[in-house]
Design a protein around this ligand. Sequence first.
Ligand code: ZN
Length: 73
Amino acid sequence: MKYLLVLVVVAVGYAWWRGQRTGAPPPQGGRPLPPPQDMVACAHCGVHLPRSEALTNGPRHYCCTEHQRQDAR
Ligand SMILES: [Zn+2]
């Protein structure tokens, strides 16, 4: 009877340990995150967009050609 109690305690402890291991989220969520991008604000409407997608006119950035054209006037 004493050995049965020890076996139950070990089984419960092992089940809890397994649950702790599998319950933890995997590092990086299983998918690598894209590198952070530099954000710039449109000089006309102020919307923020990645620098790679912005239209640059010297130190000023624009979200679209329409805003670039309107701000040039
Ligand atoms: Zn804009």
